[in-house]
Design a protein around this ligand. Structure first.
Ligand SMILES: C[S@@+](CC[C@H](N)C(=O)[O-])C[C@H]1O[C@@H](n2cnc3c(N)ncnc32)[C@H](O)[C@@H]1O
Length: 292
């Protein structure tokens, strides 16, 4: 088989069909995945997320190794790093530093959107545009005019906006901090964050329609994030549970660690099975409970 984006996309989709955390029975997501060319959103130079023997992250340059670059784009489990240290490191060679933007792996994007389960015509707010790839999948499902996406890094926002427009998906890309949400577009039927939080921002819940769904990666005491899926009451409160272990970059304003007790985590949660966790957020803050 020729090594084409289309061929690799189809192969990746088949692998995600077989994966216990892949499309499952989500036919719309399978269709959207095949319709959106992931390679259109990936920068020509990205870093591989695992360090080499010298402790540095290798650079994958499309111009130098086009086949390796394209293959990496369609590895189901591989995120590709698109920014280090908020852009202070130029993508000119192997590097070290803090990952601050990436294109999430196909598997993680699919998992995120499967739990979000947007319906055609839903109004969606995405926090963390990154490359715009997840945004494009959302736009494919609900319509570009129904999606608002917020990106704190203006250069990333401008690039993503251009990539989306070039694909005929002119989504509203807001440059700025997404922690306060985007009130002018509220209420939203679905809100999704692609950067993790230590504490679910109250503004997101205030902007969620009654019965709306919020999906966000939540920092935990377990050494990884958990994807939480919450249902809002339309008055700033929401309840739900953890649905999958994931790893995401932190929302910029929430990078500083805080004691878990101050974030609503009870001591018994540390030894609990993550699948039993229940999460609720309201005007009094965030609470995590070990359920049955
Ligand atoms: C994992 S990347 C997003 C990946 C994206 N879904 C994609 O498919 O390309 C997380 C993004 O969140 C952005 N981000 C971090 N803090 C933010 C904030 N407070 N408001 C908006 N965007 C933020 C980062 O700049 C980064 O681009």
């Amino acid at each position: 088989m020729a090594l084409t984006g289309e061929g690799l996309r189809a192969r990746c989709a088949r692998e995600l069909d077989r994966s216990p955390r892949g499309f499952l029975r989500s036919a719309w997501l399978h269709e959207a995945f095949l319709a959106v060319p992931r390679e259109h959103f990936v920068p020509d130079r990205v870093w591989w997320p695992a360090p080499g023997p010298d402790g540095r992250y290798a650079l994958l340059d499309r111009a130098e190794r086009p086949r390796a670059w394209l293959k990496a784009v369609y590895l189901p489990g591989a995120a590709l790093i698109t920014q280090i240290d908020d852009g202070a490191v130029a993508p000119t060679g192997p590097a070290t530093g803090r990952f601050t933007s990436s294109i999430s792996s196909p598997g993680v994007v699919v998992e995120l959107l499967r739990h979000l389960a947007p319906e055609p015509g839903d109004k969606v707010l995405e926090i963390g545009t990154g490359t715009g790839y997840t945004t494009a999948l959302l736009a494919h499902r609900v319509g570009a005019a129904r999606v608002v996406t917020v990106e704190i890094d203006p250069r990333l926002a401008t690039r993503a906006e251009g990539r989306l427009r070039a694909l005929g998906r002119a989504v509203r890309v807001v440059r700025g901090d997404g922690e306060p949400g985007h009130a002018p577009g509220a209420p939203y039927d679905r809100i999704v964050a692609t950067a993790s939080v230590r504490r679910v921002p109250p503004a997101w819940l205030a902007q969620l329609a009654p019965g709306g769904t919020l999906v966000a990666p939540l920092d935990t005491p377990y050494g990884h994030d958990l994807l939480v899926r919450l249902t809002g009451d339309g008055r700033g409160a929401a309840t739900g549970r953890a649905v999958a272990p994931v790893e995401f970059m932190r929302l910029r304003g929430q990078r500083a660690p805080r004691p878990y007790g101050s974030l609503g985590w009870p001591p018994e949660a540390e030894a609990a099975d993550w699948e039993t966790l229940r999460v609720s957020v309201d005007g009094d803050g965030q609470r995590v409970r070990v359920g049955d």
